[in-house]
Design a protein around this ligand. Structure first.
Ligand code: 6PG
Length: 241
């Protein structure tokens, strides 16, 4: 993997950097085309969504953006656990993204049915390469255990699954998840990890410095079509690099 590492003062500055990246990418999107982005859940993206909702209503042409999800918890969208619910609270209720541009994973449906439905939805709405959909940008987080999306260290098979979208289980909570698989994530033109906080620093050290233990973490198996991946991290997360 060719890692492009950018270190920012704090979470706010990291969020600004990602927001500015999205703004530039949308601006570069030709008229009549869409900027297709898959977003993750968790606390780190929430800061980004709050920022986008509060400060980027007019500087980004949201009619050009189509939002997809990297993963979703198998709960109602109104559940506090819902990734879509978090994005709605922080961003979508403030910004006029056209409804037809929002492609949420329906956590309230039977997981296996929704995974199949989302596989079809991606193939219908996105270009494909090698049988897998292609996003312009996939925005990822990383858990304290090195998981990303809903691919956890206990089962790396989802990195190379022949399915573009799969059902998984959070091994710590037994909560069912729907998730993009590694082949879909890695098919993207650009992949950005947004990682903040000292709790991520040890695993980041192992991944960034390509230590032998890094292969245990799903986040270490992520890289785009050219094997490139961007890490936008804050100084606490970089404290052990
Ligand atoms: C999820 C996310 C997950 C997240 C990491 C990091 O549904 O939980 O998609 O992969 O990105 O757990 O979460 P934090 O940003 O909260 O540390």
């Amino acid at each position: 993997m060719q890692i492009n590492l950018q270190i920012f003062e704090n979470g706010t500055q990291t969020s600004y950097a990602v927001a500015e990246l999205i703004k530039e990418k949308v601006k570069a999107t030709p008229d009549g085309q869409f900027f297709n982005i898959a977003v993750s859940g968790g606390t780190t993206p929430r800061q980004l969504f709050e920022l986008l909702g509060n400060e980027y209503e007019t500087s980004i042409d949201w009619k050009k953006v189509r939002l997809f999800w990297v993963d979703e918890r198998c709960v109602e969208p109104t559940d506090t656990e819902s990734n879509f619910g978090m994005t709605y609270d922080a961003f979508l209720q403030k910004i006029l993204v056209p409804g037809e541009n929002i492609f949420r994973m329906r956590g309230e449906e039977i997981p296996e049915y929704e995974a199949e439905s989302y596989r079809d939805l991606l193939l219908k709405n996105l270009p494909a390469r090698g049988g897998f959909p292609v996003f312009e940008l996939v925005l990822l987080g990383m858990g304290n255990d090195g998981h990303t999306a809903s691919i956890f260290p206990n089962d790396l098979s989802l990195i190379d699954s022949e399915l573009s979208v799969a059902v998984n289980v959070n091994p710590y909570t037994q909560q069912k998840r729907i998730t993009l698989t590694g082949n879909t994530i890695n098919n993207a033109h650009q992949i950005v990890f947004m990682i903040t906080g000292e709790s991520k620093s040890q695993i980041l050290n192992e991944i960034i410095h390509k230590k032998p233990t890094a292969k245990n973490y799903p986040a270490a198996h992520i890289g785009n079509q050219e094997g490139k991946v961007d890490f936008f991290i804050d100084k606490p997360a970089a404290s052990k690099l």
